[in-house]
Each structure stands twice: as structure tokens, then as C-alpha cells.
Design a protein around this ligand. Sequence first.
Ligand SMILES: [Mn+2]
Length: 168
Amino acid sequence: MKLGVISDSHDNLNMIKKAVNILNKENIDFLIHCGDIISPFISTVFEGLNEKIKNGNFYGVFGNNDGDLLYLIEKLGKICKLNGYEAILELAGKKIYVSHGPDPLVIKSLAKSGEFDIIATGHTHDHKIETINNTLVINPGELCGYLTGKATLVIVDLETMEPRLIEI
Ligand SMILES: [Mn+2]
């Protein structure tokens, strides 16, 4: 089973389209968006995702720049389980915590608690993958590529727990 992790797409239509193509080709089983989605109209681009993802396997949280939450839920909510600033998921037997931009000390404490197999975050726009104790902590970086010039996403093999950073 493969998990795609994306964040900070900030309405970059072109990059989101490319990411959707990559994720479809990789035939991922689950997708998490770690926030800063921004405009509700962007749902039309995410609708290009495989049926498998759109039918109950796409999860998201809000980021600090997401403003029109009700309309985001109405539009993107048709294909993405999106209803708050954090989510606790269990996918393929792995327990996952998702939040846009927790304080690094909070991330460390959560990882050290041993409660989660994966912690997925965003916000910094810089990709970072580390293992703290037995928890895989993933920030996939920015899908928009606006701040760093690098549009990135991460795919995790949930059997081996091997993460792969992909630059678009
Ligand atoms: Mn952002």
C-alpha cells in the first residue's frame, strides 16, 4: 500500500496537475494534504485523481492560509475528508497524525509518545523527512514551489515504511 503526502499547494494549478499525474501513475492507495490548499475552485484539479483516491481515500487538514473553510469543505469535501486543523487516521494498520504546522517541540513530543507510526505536517515549505524513535515524521515540502523553487511530494510504502521524496 502506498501513501501520498502533499502540502502547501497554494493554488498552483500547473504543479497540482503534475502532482495528480504522478500520484495517479504511482497508483497510490491513500493521499493526505497537510494544508494550505487556499481556493475552493482548486477542487476541480484534484478531481483528476484516480477514482480509488476520490472515493474515500483522500484526507486533508486546513492550514493557516486557508480562509474560506465552509466553501472548501463544500467543494473539495466531495472528494476529500476535510473538516478540521488536525486528523488522526489509521491507514493500512498505520496510525497517522496530520496537522499543518505544529511547533517542532510538539512534533518531537508526539513522536516520542510512540502513539503514531507517521506524523505528517507542512507549513515550512521545506521538505524534511526524519525518524524520531520509531515514528516517521514527514514534511513533504511545498507542492506550489513558490518559496523554494522546488515543488515536492512524498510517497511512503506503508509495508516497508520507506519514504520517497519526489521533485516535480
Ligand atoms: Mn503555506
